[in-house]
Ligand binder design. Structure first.
Ligand code: GDP
Ligand code: MG
Length: 442
């Protein structure tokens, strides 16, 4: 398994001070196999490894990192960088209606994603959204789009198998213009394999509609094959973004790296369930962890613990000692400290996701989401509420929950967790706190 591979790598490198030409080869061989196991395509792996080598060579190894750890760090960072910088939402900057053209193989998830995007645009960006299907080869596909569009709360423009895709597109565009829709999502025919006639058809649609977004929808489970598909679509169309679907499956998601590298287009969204709300903005950093096997990264970072801001921890300790009390600001600081350490596992036993996670198979994505949600909740509080959590009664809870986009129960849960932590702090006093924070670092 990957975990064994990377830990072995780290162990064998112990005692060496820097990444050199002589030790880098062995390490990169392990990383290469790790990426191939995650289903990244071979040519992409080759190019990636060459880049990592260049970046890693001569790197001094800081603190208690050994070259193996340092290299895994470089790989993680480079993976995240390659898969995307920052968050890339849909571009709607155009004369409305903004047209979004969906492209991809049959079964990739185009129709499902069309509805998910409609919902996203309605809820997050307050747009008036119309969908239309140009999949004239499968009447069932047109019906499917109708059903999911209704679920999304968007409007669906009727089409039939008797029409030509270009006529459908023009009619839908005309309707969208006359009824002041902000966005027109155009679902297209599924291609079972790369088929020239169908490629010509979607090219024609593209030329006709001049979409502001041309999204390539690709199934993460496609693994190695994703490369050829991506190449074919990139050659046919000027892609503006990628949606990686079925990330809820057990694929390691190496396709993300391949597709991103081949097309050069940003990965904008990830499909994480069959349901209409199963769409997330793609998070490259987190996905890099998945491709490498997050558990390994965390284990490594825990060994390091150098990122702990001991100064801040000391300040917190002093505060508790001096009897100033432990408030939600301190709690927030503690949460972000633990996040900084990467030592999320130190926090794990306090998070709800940990209780459902099997031992040794901690659900890092869930944990990270929990942490982010906790931060979001505290950020939605006023400074006074953070200093005096006892003020937070029902109406404040409702406001905070609304502000953070969570249920009131989650605010309650956070306040409970805070109280528990506060209780612990009172018992421990300052000296114990320093020790605890260090312990949580690894
Ligand atoms: P299309 O042929 O490209 O339009 O693909 P569909 O939208 O019809 O999706 C094909 C199948 O994949 C359907 O059964 C969908 O429910 C499923 N699907 C699509 N996206 C996801 C996803 O993100 N996760 C999961 N688990 N299933 C998905
Ligand atoms: Mg479809």
């Amino acid at each position: 398994a990957l975990s064994d591979r990377l830990s072995r790598l780290v162990k064998t490198m112990r005692g060496q001070a820097r990444i050199t030409e002589s030790n880098v080869q062995d390490m990169l061989r392990e990383v290469r196999v790790a990426l191939l196991e995650a289903d990244v395509a071979l040519p992409v792996v080759r190019e990636f490894i060459a880049r990592v080598k260049e970046k890693a060579l001569g790197q001094d190894v800081v603190g208690s990192l050994n070259p193996g750890q340092a290299l895994v760090g470089v790989v993680h960072k480079e993976l995240a960088r390659t898969m995307g910088e920052g968050v890339a939402d849909l571009n709607l900057v155009t004369q409305p209606p903004a047209i979004i053209l969906m492209a991809g193989l049959q079964g990739a998830g185009k129709t499902t994603t069309t509805a998910k995007l409609a919902k996203h645009l309605i809820e997050r960006r307050k747009k008036k959204v119309l969908t239309v299907s140009a999949d004239v080869y499968r009447p069932a596909a047109i019906e499917q789009l109708k059903t999911v569009t209704k679920q999304a709360g968007a409007e669906w423009f009727p089409s039939t198998g008797q029409q030509k895709p270009r006529d459908i597109a023009l009619a839908a565009l005309d309707h969208a213009k006359r009824h002041y829709f902000d966005v027109l999502l155009v679902d297209t025919a599924g291609r079972l394999a790369i088929d020239e006639a169908l490629m010509a058809e979607i090219r024609e649609l593209h030329a006709l509609l001049n979409p502001v977004e041309t999204l390539f929808v690709v199934d993460a489970m496609q693994g190695q094959d994703a490369v050829n598909t991506a190449k074919a679509f990139k050659d046919a169309l000027p892609l503006t973004g990628i949606v990686l679907t079925k990330l809820d499956g057990d694929s390691r998601g190496g396709a993300a790296l391949s597709v991103r590298q081949i097309t050069g287009a940003p990965i904008k969204f990830a499909g994480v369930s069959e349901k209409i709300d199963g769409l997330e903005v793609f998070d490259a950093e987190r996905h890099a962890g998945r491709v490498l096997g997050m558990g390994d990264i965390v284990a490594l970072v825990e060994e390091v613990q150098k990122n702990v801001d001991l100064g801040a921890a000391q300040k917190l300790a002093d505060k508790v000692k001096s009897g100033d009390g432990f408030d939600l600001n301190d709690f927030l600081m503690q949460i972000s400290q633990m996040k900084k350490m990467g030592g999320l596992s130190g926090l794990m036993d306090k998070l709800p996701s940990a209780m459902t996670a099997k031992a040794g198979n901690v659900d890092m994505d869930r944990a990270e989401k929990d942490v982010r949600r906790m931060e979001g909740i505290i950020h939605s509080m006023t400074p006074l509420e953070r200093r005096k959590p006892e003020l937070i009664k029902a109406s404040r809870k409702r406001r905070i929950a609304a502000g953070a986009g969570v249920q009131v129960q989650e605010v309650n849960r956070l306040l409970n967790q805070f109280e528990q932590m506060q209780g612990m702090m009172k018992k421990m006093k300052g000296g114990g706190l320093m020790k605890m924070m260090k312990r949580m670092g690894g």
